[in-house]
Every structure is written in structure tokens, then in C-alpha cells.
Ligand binder design. Structure first.
Ligand code: ATP
Ligand code: SF4
Ligand code: MG
Length: 446
């Protein structure tokens, strides 16, 4: 069989990262409805990956963690050129991936492979396991003869624990359990001797009982074959034992990245802290804060300004990107806990709160009736005085009653950059020594 060269022909020195991602962007234009198109209206852009930068060293396992829709799969797929990045750079073994044409990408993909979440969908039900696992060898012209291919496939199946290989070679995916299928998918991914595996939630569709066995297999393979992993998961608990470093994604951006042990021991970003708080702790003597972020992940086509996490962040303050539409969940939460009469009386004073992203720092909150501006302002002042700890109010510089609306002046929205401390870095204004949190004394120190 053809042996894998130790390094690619134009490979950089070993201390150069295997993967180097700089300001990578993968944006999707959303096609609106028929009406949008007829009126020439822009339905928006989803910034699935937005200005992401990281390195991946040879032999390292980097976990990409985040809730659904945070851009994990898009980032993994952009690295392999399975979706085309909109901007920035992603180099693999020193070769730029962004902008490569399909033949060049196909060549590169023999050295970087993807393991998908769903092993049932990943294997062609009409092909035997030997055919599926051997397929990449044929496609890439690695081995010619049928016997040569079968022998290499058998060796690979043994490696992934499908042993004795003869028992599995001529079976169809439908004859295998979920765990066995995922082993076959992994066999297909390593059959070309790649150096990088992007594993996209490789165990999340498997029974609990086999998850740890598959992860253990992946660790063994990494050690035996010198692999490097980008491990995509929404599960911080599995990432803890599997990863050397972790990157936490939120709405397409890395909000925290660094050495796994340090990140678990001392999360710096409130989102990381909340995710960690959501992991059930097997040790009942340890108290873990259960401050799960309120609300859902926002619409990716209309992300919040400033720090995208601010509508859910318990520590958000003035510069975090407040805008008028953030008032809606604040009022909904308040009204949900009120008597119906009182709630309806408040609701009757306020017009429709705009749902659009705010531009600039000023906004008008319409009163429900002409001349209702003063009553609306009085209500807002009362709501603020009853719950002064609500972070939304930190974003407002000034409120003024006009005839039929309240004019609001917000603090300018600032987008946090990554602040490095020790072996981790987080994108949060709380880490900016130049900004002061209004409740600095009371707020837990990060
Ligand atoms: N081909 C596409 N066209 C338009 N939008 C897309 C496309 N692929 C992904 N998106 C959007 O990009 C965002 C990120 O999606 P992605 O699948 O990368 O998230 P994820 O973190 O992998 O989520 P999950 O945990 O659910 O797999 C989402 O808002 C998604 O709807
Ligand atoms: S910058 Fe920090 S404090 Fe502000 S909203 Fe984001 S995570 Fe919260
Ligand atoms: Mg995904």
C-alpha cells in the first residue's frame, strides 16, 4: 500500500500550527419570501461564522462548544471547504483553504476528514461496509486492486474495533448497531491516513452506553495515528475529558478560548460560566451556580448589537449593546408575574416596541395614545425603580417625555475584543480595565 508521507510536500516546520484560522467569516444571504424579492428587499444575512481566529497545533484536540445555531458545524465545514467562507483565512499545513477550487480541495481533503453526527445517514445503505470504507481509496486512486483495497479496509476495521473484520466486511449498515455504524464511519474517515479529523457531534446520536466507548476509540486512534481533532459538541461535559483546549462559540463568534482545565476551573465569560452551571455535577458537595441564561438564542439574522450575549447576560452593563427591542423581554418577564388587571393597565400605555435592530444611540418608544408620552415615561420610571438591578436600565443614558412617545438615549454599543489572561481569553467588557461595572463591588469577580 502507498504510505503516508510524514509531511505534505510543502509542509511548514513542525512548530507551525497545523490549522491557522484568521478572521474567518462564513455568512449566508437569506433568501426572503416572494414579496421580499419582488420589492427588492434584503431579507438579511446570517453571520454563521463571524471573525473567528484560532490555531490548532499538531496532535491537539480543540473542542468547539456552543448551543444550537452557534456556528459550530459551519466553522468545521468551512475549514474543509465544504461550505465556502465569505472572508478571512484558514490555512491547513500552510496552504490557504479559503478560495481554493474544488479539485484542489478534494486533494486536500484526503488529509482532513469529517466525521458526521448521524452514522445512519453517513453510510449508503446499499453499499457493504467494505465498499463504504474502501470508497475513498478508490476515489483518491490510492490503491488499485480489489484485494489490496479489501486488505487495507480489513486492517482499518480492526483498528476501529470492528473485529474480526471478516464478520463486518460484507454486511450492510442496516445489519449494524448505532455504535458499530459510527465505528465504520470513523474507519472511512481514517482510511486515507488523514492528519486532521473534524468530528461534528460524533456521539450525540448514539446510546449513552456506547458514547464513552466511541470517545475512547477516538483517543486511542489519535495516539496511534498522530491525529489532530476539531471536536464539535454542545456538551461541555464530554469536551472536558476529551479536549486539550476549548473554544466557546456564541452566534458565530468565539467568546472564550483556552486551555480546557483552566477554562473549567475559572470561566471568564458569563456565557461559559452559565454553560458550566448547566452541567449536572456528579459531586454533590460542590455547589455550582445554576444561572442559566434567560431567554433563547436570538435570531441569527438580527443579532444583538455590541456583545451578542447581552440580552441574556446577568452581568451586562452600559457598553454591552443595549437597544430598544431589549425592553420587550424585560416587560414580558415583569408582566408574567403580575395580576392580569395591573398587567393590562401597564400594557395599555405602551405602543408597539420596534423589533428591528436599532441604529445609532437614540430611539422613540411610542405611547399607545396621542399625548400619552408623559404617562409612559412615569410608568418606565416606576418599573426601573422597582427593579433597578435589571441590566437593561444600565444601557439608558436618558429618557424624556415627548407628546406621543418617550425619547430614549442609549449608551453607545461596544463590541468586546478577546482579553487574554493566563491560558484563556474571553471577549467580555468585564475584563476591560478601562470600563467600570456599576455594581463592581457587588458583582462576583470573574
Ligand atoms: N446553508 C445555510 N444557509 C443559510 N443559513 C445557514 C446555512 N447553514 C447554516 N446556516 C445558519 O447558520 C447558523 C449556524 O448554523 P450551524 O449549523 O453552523 O450551527 P451549529 O452550532 O452547528 O448548530 P447545531 O448544534 O444545531 O448543529 C444558523 O443560524 C443556521 O441556521
Ligand atoms: S460583554 Fe460581558 S458583561 Fe457585557 S453582555 Fe457580554 S458577556 Fe455580559
Ligand atoms: Mg451543527
Amino acid at each position: 500500500m502507498q504510505t503516508k508521507p510524514d509531511t505534505a510536500p510543502d509542509a511548514p516546520a513542525p512548530d507551525v500550527p497545523l490549522v491557522s484560522v484568521r478572521n474567518l467569516k462564513t455568512w449566508f444571504e437569506i433568501r426572503g419570501g416572494v414579496l421580499d424579492r419582488m420589492l427588492g428587499r434584503d431579507a438579511g444575512t446570517v453571520k454563521a461564522v463571524d471573525d473567528v481566529t484560532f490555531d490548532l497545533a499538531r496532535g491537539e484536540v480543540l473542542g468547539l462548544v456552543g448551543e444550537s445555531g452557534s456556528g459550530k458545524s459551519t466553522l468545521g465545514r468551512s475549514l474543509l471547504g465544504l461550505v465556502h467562507a465569505t472572508g478571512g483565512s484558514a490555512s491547513f499545513e500552510g496552504q490557504e483553504v479559503v478560495g481554493l477550487d474544488e479539485p484542489a480541495l478534494r486533494k486536500l481533503r484526503s488529509r482532513m476528514q469529517m466525521v458526521f453526527q448521524d452514522p445512519h445517514a453517513a453510510l449508503n445503505p446499499a453499499m457493504t461496509i467494505a465498499q463504504s470504507v474502501g470508497h475513498p481509496l478508490t476515489i483518491h486512486g490510492r490503491l488499485k486492486g480489489r484485494d489490496e483495497i479489501r486488505a487495507h479496509v480489513a486492517k482499518t476495521l480492526e483498528r476501529v474495533g470492528l473485529s474480526p473484520a471478516d464478520t463486518y466486511m460484507d454486511k450492510y449498515p442496516g445489519d449494524l448497531s448505532g455504535g458499530q455504524k459510527q465505528r465504520a464511519v470513523i474507519a472511512r474517515a481514517i482510511v486515507l491516513d488523514p492528519v486532521l479529523l473534524v468530528a461534528d457531534e460524533p456521539v450525540s446520536m448514539l446510546d449513552m452506553s456506547v458514547r464513552s466507548k466511541i470517545l475512547k476509540l477516538m483517543i486511542d486512534l489519535k495516539d496511534q495515528l498522530g491525529l489532530t481533532y476539531l471536536y464539535i459538541t454542545h456538551d461541555l461535559a464530554s469536551a472536558k475529558f476529551f479536549c486539550d483546549r476549548i473554544a466557546i462559540l456564541y452566534l458565530g463568534k468565539i467568546v472564550e478560548i483556552g486551555e480546557a482545565r483552566a477554562l473549567y476551573a475559572g470561566p471568564k465569560h458569563p456565557y461559559t460560566e452559565a454553560l458550566l452551571g448547566a452541567i449536572p455535577d456528579p459531586d454533590p458537595t460542590r455547589t455550582i451556580p445554576r444561572n442559566l441564561p434567560r431567554g433563547e438564542i436570538p435570531d441569527a439574522a438580527k443579532p444583538p448589537r455590541g456583545c451578542a450575549f447581552h440580552p441574556r447576560c446577568p452581568r451586562a452593563f452600559a457598553p454591552c449593546g443595549w437597544e430598544l427591542r431589549d425592553l420587550t423581554p424585560v416587560l414580558e418577564a415583569r408582566w408574567a408575574g403580575m395580576e392580569e388587571q395591573a398587567h393590562l393597565a401597564e400594557r395599555a400605555l405602551i405602543g408597539e416596541i420596534p423589533a428591528e435592530v436599532m441604529e445609532g444611540t437614540t430611539a422613540r418608544l411610542p405611547a399607545a395614545t396621542p399625548g400619552g408620552g408623559a404617562d409612559l415615561l412615569a410608568m418606565l420610571e416606576r418599573i426601573r425603580s422597582e427593579d433597578p438591578a435589571e441590566p437593561f436600565w444600565t444601557g439608558i443614558k436618558e429618557m424624556r417625555a415627548e407628546a406621543d412617545h418617550v425619547a430614549m438615549e442609549f449608551h453607545p454599543a461596544l463590541t468586546p475584543r478577546l482579553y487574554a489572561e493566563g491560558t484563556t481569553a474571553a471577549a467580555c467588557h468585564l475584563l476591560d480595565p478601562g470600563l467600570t461595572h456599576p455594581r463592581a463591588a457587588a458583582a462576583p469577580v470573574l
